[in-house]
Design a protein around this ligand. Structure first.
Ligand code: GUN
Length: 293
């Protein structure tokens, strides 16, 4: 075990998912559509949106982008969503988050039609998941579950610890892991920044998922030997030795944890590409549902 964890290749798995989706899309009567709303100049948001729209193009999803300036009004943001809601060629609406601080993010997200809410953030979809009848599930939790399923990792009866309680990742993932059926049936603990001795909990995890948004937060002493570690974090840190002067790291201290864990996702190339693949998958599912099939 001390020889180092097996690397879980999210990039390769996401490519396999995209190839399956492209084949499925080719058989649909029309191209699925994803309407994307991007507000402001956040460089990370622009990079994510480029990744999402180019993945759409690769698999055959029509993905019009509405870009609004950083000083856009609430009315403009709502109007962009409303236009996609009303467009019959659009099956999914994605508002890239975070929105500039002067906007009411929750009001914009809740204005997305629940039938087109591919991010699974509308109250109706979050509620359906909590009730155990998921419709649209947020893409990152879905990507984590898809990785577990495709890697053949048993979750039934195992102890999963989720670090982070966000509406986008931690909470929906904890629900998914506790649902009945494949990729579920786990004993789930959710911990977060208000829990004093996090390590006491994380050390008991067979499956440890980290989505707390702090670079290299989880250290080797916080991980049970042989555990499976999914690192959801994407943090840009300064690194004078890197060509750009910075590089991406996860929420897990990768080099140290790798020596302890049984399997681990890298950053980049782990959970991130799966998130994008699940966005495409949700859009195709939305298209099928809207077509009545
Ligand atoms: N910003 C960071 N992650 C996400 C995501 O999954 N969806 C949206 N809409 N914005 C994000």
């Amino acid at each position: 075990m001390a020889d180092g964890a097996r690397l879980i290749d999210g990039k390769a798995t996401a490519a396999a998912v995209r190839a399956e989706l492209a084949a499925e899309i080719a058989k649909l009567p029309r191209k699925p559509g994803l309407g994307v709303v991007l507000v402001g100049d956040n460089p990370a948001s622009h990079a994510y949106v480029r990744g999402k729209t180019s993945a759409c193009a690769e698999v055959g999803i029509h993905a019009p982008l509405v870009q609004l300036p950083a000083d856009a009004t609430q009315a403009q943001a709502l109007a962009a969503v409303a236009a996609f809601n009303a467009d019959p060629a659009i099956d999914g609406v994605l508002v890239q988050l975070p929105l500039p601080r002067h906007l009411d993010e929750d009001a914009v997200v809740q204005s997305i039609s629940p039938e087109k809410d591919v991010d699974g953030l509308h109250a109706a979809n979050a509620g359906l998941l909590a009730l155990g009848s998921p419709r649209f599930v947020p893409c990152t939790p879905l990507g984590c579950r898809e990785l577990l399923l495709r890697e053949g990792i048993e979750t039934r009866g195992r102890h999963a610890v989720v670090v982070g309680r966000s509406a986008l990742v931690g909470r929906p993932l904890a629900t998914l892991l506790s649902l009945k059926g494949p990729g579920g049936d786990a004993a789930v603990t959710v911990v977060h920044s208000a829990v004093p001795d996090l390590a006491e909990h994380t050390r008991r995890a067979d499956i440890l998922v980290v989505a707390i948004g702090r670079p290299r937060f989880v250290t080797a002493d916080m991980v049970k030997p042989g555990a499976l570690v999914l690192d959801v974090g994407i943090n840009r840190i300064d690194d004078a030795s890197a060509a750009k002067g910075s590089r991406l790291v996860g929420d897990v201290d990768f080099d140290a944890v790798r020596a302890v864990a049984g399997a681990i996702t890298p950053v980049p190339g782990g959970v991130g590409p799966m998130t994008v693949a699940m966005l495409l998958s949700n859009t195709v599912a939305g298209c099928r549902r809207r077509a009545g099939g």
